[in-house]
Every structure is written in structure tokens, then in C-alpha cells.
Design a binder for this molecule. Structure first.
Ligand code: ZN
Length: 159
């Protein structure tokens, strides 16, 4: 049984996001669950080192699969470098870069339609934010130019 204190530690460690698919509590609309990376049924413990903050979908797809010494294993979000195994393509789909990456994303169905949509939305938001920053920078430059012009005009009127 995982104590409330350990649960909170794991939740904070994973920054309120699923360790496998990255969905946040805010996006999910509820708190997530605790996954035993090494399933209890396969000898996994309640040590925080074995715990992953996890959405219910990933938890279900992962189930009690355990094959740590094979290339057909689930990546450990605490220790594996995800960017070595997975990449996001231009359509916001995840692609496996290694045999393990391919197995991992297939097993956890990390291209399920809701996740894909969410990654696309996140991408669009980032593009909008970048555009907004660029517009704000141009506006600040234009305002500064305008202020300089007004000062020049005031000076020339006084002379
Ligand atoms: Zn998930």
C-alpha cells in the first residue's frame, strides 16, 4: 500500500503529469494514479523508486507486463532517456527510434487519438505564443520609435 505522503512525492516528482504519455492533471481533469514500474504481481515494491505517476489509460495498457531484460520492455521514465528512444514527428505522432522505443509506444498506445490531438493543440499553442511574442516585440519597437519622434517634434516646436 502506497502511503499518501509517498503518493504526493511521486506526484510532485513527475510534475503532476503521466510519466509515460505526459498528460497533465489539468488536461486530464482529475488526479492520476500510481503505477508500479515493476508490477507488484512480478515482485515490484512500494519504494518510490519503483513508482510512476501515471494516467489510467497508460496504466491499463501497461498492465502487469514485465520483461526488463529484453528489448521488448517498457521504458522507465525515471531512468531511460526518452529522446534516445522516441521522437515526435511533424504530425505530432511519436516514432520509435529504437526497437525498445517502438515496443514501448505500441504497448502504451502513445499515438492514441486523444494524445495525438493534445500534442497537436500544444504545438499550435506554442506557435501562437511564439507569434504573440514576436508581435509584442515589434509593437515595443514601434512604440519606442513613436516616442522618439514625439520628443523630436516637441523639441523642434520649441526651437
Ligand atoms: Zn499516460
Amino acid at each position: 500500500m502506497v502511503s499518501a505522503q509517498v503518493r504526493q512525492q511521486v506526484r510532485t516528482f513527475f510534475q503532476f503529469r503521466c510519466g509515460y504519455c505526459g498528460v497533465s492533471e489539468a488536461e486530464y481533469g482529475a488526479s492520476l494514479t500510481i503505477d508500479h514500474y515493476q508490477p507488484v504481481s512480478r515482485g515490484g515494491s512500494d519504494d518510490s523508486e519503483n513508482l510512476v505517476y501515471c494516467c489510467h489509460a497508460c496504466n491499463e495498457f501497461k498492465s502487469d507486463y514485465w520483461n526488463p531484460d529484453s528489448s521488448q520492455r517498457i521504458l522507465n521514465p525515471r531512468h531511460d532517456d526518452m529522446s534516445f528512444h522516441l521522437r515526435e514527428n511533424d504530425n505530432a505522432e511519436l516514432e520509435g527510434l529504437t526497437e525498445t522505443g517502438i515496443f514501448h509506444l505500441t504497448r502504451l498506445q502513445l499515438n492514441r487519438s486523444a494524445l495525438l490531438l493534445q500534442r497537436q493543440i500544444r504545438r499550435r499553442q506554442q506557435q501562437w505564443e511564439a507569434r504573440m511574442l514576436a508581435v509584442e516585440a515589434r509593437l515595443a519597437t514601434a512604440e519606442a520609435q513613436l516616442a522618439r519622434q514625439r520628443r523630436r517634434q516637441r523639441r523642434s516646436r520649441r526651437n
